[in-house]
Design a protein around this ligand. Structure first.
Ligand SMILES: [Zn+2]
Length: 313
């Protein structure tokens, strides 16, 4: 019986790698620089070399390893193919086959945002849940949906792209995806900064946010904690959009828990309280008490989720 597995989280600048015991204990963690030269041809070989070196160092036999789980920044299809990964300079590629051949071990690949959701379900803010929605509020809004402990991948690998759900049909500015009025335009760090700029322009209220070169999402929540009235209006607007959207998603998958992660979630409990209030207002009756929790794994959510991906394949 196998004892070990690897969890790999590939980003545009670094690749996070970890050797796990199958119970989720991390035995060792290391990072590899993401080499995107020549169409990213070294990325998978570099990962394989790192894994080989680690097996030698720890004197572990491949027969004792369940396999390798890997999260990647792009849509992953059911057969383990990635359609494209712009950040890695990759076109279509079968990750599971290629990395499997390089390492001689089974490989299971998933989209990084989805894999993070699996990690939070296994060892993080959603520990113990079988059904979960993760909303990652960073530069954009990513997400992952878990149903019966499985990632919802969908027909194009676009399952869990919650950041591009329409929340404002009146919007005139385009989102990165080309549509207008996506959740990402209001609930990401950049979206909150934009809400702040608009609020400051429209109102002449005194505010801690005034007379600054630039207002960030963190500034908004810091001012909100100081009971700044204008910051309160901005947070209210953000929470309305996010709470409303989460209530719709809950109608689709009825999660045990909703987890909020990403840089914006560092605002902490005050953020959760506001979002929960708006969520409750719109949620279907039996889903109203579904808890909203903060993610706890931070940047390690990807490696945990990748390990879980191979263990539960
Ligand atoms: Zn969009």
């Amino acid at each position: 019986m196998s004892k070990y597995c690897f969890g790999i989280d590939v980003g545009g600048t670094t690749i996070k790698c970890a050797l796990f015991l199958n119970d989720g204990t991390i035995l060792d963690k290391w990072e590899v620089k993401t080499n995107t030269e020549n169409g990213g041809e070294r990325i998978l070989p570099d990962i394989a070399d790192g894994i080989d070196a680690k097996l030698k160092e720890k004197q572990i036999n491949k027969a004792e390893v369940e396999g390798i789980g890997i999260g990647l920044p792009g849509p992953i299809e059911e057969n383990g193919e990635i359609a494209c990964a712009v950040n890695l300079h990759w076109g279509r590629k079968n990750i599971e086959k290629e990395l499997g051949e390089l390492t001689g071990m089974p490989v299971k690949a998933g989209n990084d945002a989805n894999v993070a959701a699996l990690g939070e379900m296994w060892k993080g803010g959603g520990k113990g849940a079988r059904n979960l929605i993760l909303a990652t509020l960073g530069t954009g809004v990513g997400g992952g949906i878990i149903v019966n402990e499985k990632i919802v991948t969908g027909a194009h690998g676009a399952g869990g792209e919650i950041g591009h759900a329409l929340v404002n049909p009146e919007e005139t500015v385009a989102c990165n995806c080309g549509n207008k009025g996506c959740l990402e335009q209001y609930a990401s760090a950049t979206g909150i900064a934009k809400l702040a700029r608009e609020a400051l322009e429209k109102s002449d209220k005194e505010s801690l946010l005034r007379n600054r070169e630039k207002v960030t999402a963190k500034d908004v929540f810091d001012a909100y904690k100081e009971k700044d009235e204008l910051a309160g209006e901005i947070v209210e607007k953000f929470s309305t959009y996010l709470g409303h959207a989460l209530a719709i998603f809950a109608c689709v998958t009825d999660p045990d828990v909703i987890v909020i992660g990403g840089g914006v979630s560092k605002a902490g409990d005050v953020l959760v309280e506001c979002v929960q209030r708006h969520y409750e207002r719109h949620a279907f009756p039996v889903c109203k008490k579904t808890p909203i929790k903060l993610a706890t794994l931070g940047n390690d959510a990807g490696i945990y989720g990748a390990a879980k991906l191979i263990l539960s394949r």
